[in-house]
Design a protein around this ligand. Structure first.
Ligand SMILES: Nc1nc(=O)c2c([nH]1)NC[C@@H]1CN(c3ccc(C(=O)N[C@@H](CCC(=O)O)C(=O)O)cc3)CN21
Ligand SMILES: CC(C)C(=O)C(=O)O
Ligand SMILES: [Mg+2]
Length: 272
């Protein structure tokens, strides 16, 4: 279906709700640095997520747990300088909102003040209700994240599909309604059955953005390095690769090494 798209000078949390109402799907991608965010923003991606997946993709950690609030602020401030059109959402990292709602608000405020991001994202439902409420009460837009929540990986032990059992599906549905009621402007659903994700998207008025959650939701998010094929060892079935940048970069860099070794580079035009 082709939908007439409204031009947005700057995407806001209000525009996203409007897109859902108009049936225009929302595109969201990660970025962690200025150069990538420039390209992502110019391609008119609606939402740039400064994901805590930077912990894996940029820092090389096994999980998202080690990345710190200071590091997230550094990534986010670089992205904010590049994003002229996209809404910039910043993950609050593990350990900087779980203790209590005051700590959560303090972390959200630091992100907003020090990075200039436009909104924050937090993982979880009922258990983080007070924190979400407190952050929203301070005027900071909050995006929820349910289903596969990588900050709780050690509770589950695997990255398998979530909410396949009725009890977990029921909890997820009620968490989604609760986050909507608290005033979240949107919701990420990660790696859950498509039918469940569709039901959730239809049951709330806020946009639901999926990753491995099928086509019945209001938008899609991916890690940009994954769709570009830079993380060639990461192969979940929800990933569509648009390039094999790992191979392209490897061959370009090998060519450079060869050219240096063979004295081909630099040539006469490439010197002073
Ligand atoms: N590069 C990257 N892309 C992501 O989408 C991403 C990150 N990093 N880091 C943080 C989280 C972790 N995410 C994940 C991690 C693993 C799977 C996954 O499906 N892994 C296995 C299957 C695991 C299993 O079934 O036990 C796979 O098929 O690759 C999905 C999302 C999503 N996020
Ligand atoms: C995968 C997305 C939703 C995320 O939270 C991240 O990149 O950190
Ligand atoms: Mg994340």
């Amino acid at each position: 279906m082709s939908v007439a798209k409204k031009e947005y000078k700057r995407v806001t949390v209000k525009s996203l709700i409007e897109m859902k109402q108009n049936g225009e799907k929302i595109s969201m991608l990660t970025s962690y640095d200025y150069s990538m965010a420039k390209i992502v923003d110019a391609a008119k991606v609606d939402v740039i997520l400064v994901g805590d997946s930077a912990s894996n993709v940029i820092a090389g950690h096994e999980t998202t747990l080690p990345i710190t609030l200071d590091q997230m602020i550094y990534h986010a401030s670089s992205v904010v300088r590049a994003a002229k059109r996209a809404l910039v959402v910043v993950d609050i990292p593990f350990g900087s909102y779980q203790s209590d709602s005051k700590e959560a608000l303090r972390s959200a405020i630091r992100i907003m003040k020090e990075s200039g991001g436009h909104a924050v994202k937090v993982e979880g439902g009922e258990e983080i209700k007070d924190s979400v409420k407190r952050i929203i009460d301070a005027g900071i837009p909050v995006m929820g994240h349910l289903g596969l929540t990588p900050q709780s990986i050690y509770k589950f032990g695997t990255y398998t599909v979530r909410a396949k059992e009725e009890a977990e599906a029921k909890q997820l549905k009620s968490d989604a309604k609760m986050l909507e009621k608290l005033g979240c402007f949107g919701l990420v659903l990660e790696k859950i059955p498509a039918e469940l994700a569709k039901q959730v998207a239809e049951s709330v008025s806020i946009p639901v953005i999926g990753i491995g959650a099928g086509n019945g939701v209001d938008g899609q998010v991916l890690v940009v390095h994954d769709l570009l094929g830079m993380t060639h060892e990461f192969n979940p079935r929800f990933l569509r690769r648009y390039m094999n940048l790992y191979e392209e970069m490897s061959s370009a860099i090998s060519q450079y090494v060869d050219d240096v070794k063979s004295r081909d580079f630099p040539n006469e035009e490439e010197q002073y």
